[in-house]
Design a protein around this ligand. Structure first.
Ligand code: ZN
Length: 103
């Protein structure tokens, strides 16, 4: 069982208090009416599903009812950090920058 830190409640709580809400920060097409059905299908249904650190959303349904972002290793289940949506976005973008390029 996971113990997830909720940054709004400022407490670690049992996984049972949360509801999984999918992968975080899926890039929505800027102009949805201009993408093909295949591109829209990829956006709606396709996920990377890789082993390693993943970004996911969990709703604290038995607590504050807010959505928190969890950065978790999906093999070991070790949670590296949890964030608010905005705080997580900043960390996500910073991580993306470091993994995509500058050596
Ligand atoms: Zn909470």
């Amino acid at each position: 069982m996971l113990n997830i830190y909720c940054p709004y409640c400022a407490e670690k709580r049992d996984e049972q208090e949360f509801r999984y809400a999918g992968e975080a920060y899926i890039a929505r097409p800027e102009r949805p009416d201009e993408v093909s059905d295949e591109e829209w299908g990829d956006y709606v249904f396709m996920r990377s599903n890789h082993k390693g650190l993943i970004w996911e959303q969990w709703e604290h349904v038995a607590g504050c009812r807010k959505v928190v972002v969890v950065n978790r290793h999906n093999v070991s289940n070790v949670i590296q950090a949890t964030y608010t949506l905005i705080g997580g976005k900043e960390a996500f973008l910073a991580r993306e920058q470091t993994t995509q390029g500058v050596v």
